[in-house]
Design a protein around this ligand. Structure first.
Ligand SMILES: [Zn+2]
Ligand SMILES: [Zn+2]
Length: 328
């Protein structure tokens, strides 16, 4: 069934430039899809990397949001209408080899909201697959819910380290994602050191049981697990420098250009490199529900979609954390 939508405001990325566009191209909700009204969206480091050419994406930007279901496809339970939800950013096909193994985040035909072949959420409305939705409990407000996607990405590290034996952790980078990773890693109750660049990053971590240090204080071969969340090659180099032999380096950055590492070091010291991307939404929701993760202090400001230039200017500033956009 095809429904018709009114013209809506979107933030459209084309050739490294973001503009406010009135889009009427949403053609309808397919049987297995829902139409969402976006309540609140967050600007992520990946959005800034996309503006710099990462993933070569042209289209409506944005992948972190909280929304309300306003229309359901013919094959979807109509009871979803009016519910507050978040959608998994990986929109999987359900039929490929990876989906058959329930590795949905690695679906061979996946489209990714606001990143690859799928409209983003810096828009008044967005159409997504119903089976990628998570209902948000009432105890989690919109300003917390907007963190579910990046928080899930932080919890992915725990999933990946689950079967490994390690004594201590060093996180390099305490920006938007780094702050969430720090909050997740302290729950593991292992000694955690965070390498910070700005006084503000340090302040936001001051109530947590961890140790903040400057880059210059990082010694060679002193920790079992390092996590690079700097988005830069220098962060990855530091992460490898600090690793003990047989250590694990978790790569949590969206690098906008190819990086070079000394592979000999990896061989000699039998170091493992883990790529790490999207994580379990349900774990992130549960952690917010249980009050385990504080996010409010990470919000710098909220802007209307019309004021997107000011929003992105703030997001680009050094030391800025989460900038929110209210599309409606
Ligand atoms: Zn993101
Ligand atoms: Zn698939």
């Amino acid at each position: 069934m095809l429904l018709h939508f009114e013209c809506m405001k979107t933030l459209y990325l084309q050739n490294h430039e973001l503009t406010l566009r009135f889009d009427s191209s949403l053609s309808g909700v397919r049987s297995d899809e829902v139409l969402l009204k976006v309540q609140l969206a967050g600007i992520c480091g990946t959005d800034l990397a996309l503006l710099n050419g990462y993933a070569n994406f042209n289209g409506v930007l944005g992948h972190e949001c909280v929304a309300e279901v306003i229309e359901t496809g013919a094959g979807v339970n109509g009871g979803l209408i009016g519910r507050r939800v978040v959608a998994e950013i990986n929109q999987w096909c359900g039929v490929c080899d990876q989906c058959a193994r329930e590795h949905y985040n690695h679906c061979l035909n996946r489209r990714v909201i606001g990143i690859r072949d799928h409209q983003g959420c810096f828009a008044e409305q967005i159409v997504v697959k119903a089976n990628t939705l998570h209902i948000i409990p009432d105890s989690i407000d919109d300003r917390q819910a907007v963190f579910i996607e990046p928080l899930a990405a932080a919890f992915r590290i725990i999933e990946q380290l689950q079967l490994h034996d390690y004594r201590d952790v060093m996180l390099i980078g305490a920006g938007r994602l780094g702050q969430l990773i720090a909050r997740v890693m302290v729950l593991q109750k292992k000694p955690l050191t965070v390498v910070v660049r700005h006084a503000q990053q340090r302040e936001l971590l001051q109530d947590l049981p961890l140790n903040c240090i400057d880059e210059s204080a990082v010694e060679a071969k002193i920790v079992d697990v390092t996590i690079d969340a700097t988005g830069q090659q220098s962060g990855l180099e530091l992460a490898l420098h600090a690793l003990r032999p047989q250590g694990i380096c978790v790569m949590k950055s969206s690098y906008s250009s190819p990086v070079t590492v000394d592979l000999t070091r990896l061989v000699i010291d039998e170091v493992e490199l883990f790529g790490s991307r999207c994580g379990p939404f349900s774990t992130a929701i549960k952690a917010l529900e249980d009050g385990l993760i504080e996010t409010e202090s990470l919000i710098d400001a909220t802007f209307k979609i019309d004021d997107y230039q000011a929003a992105f200017a703030l997001a680009h500033q050094k030391g800025s954390m989460k900038v929110l956009i209210k599309p409606c």
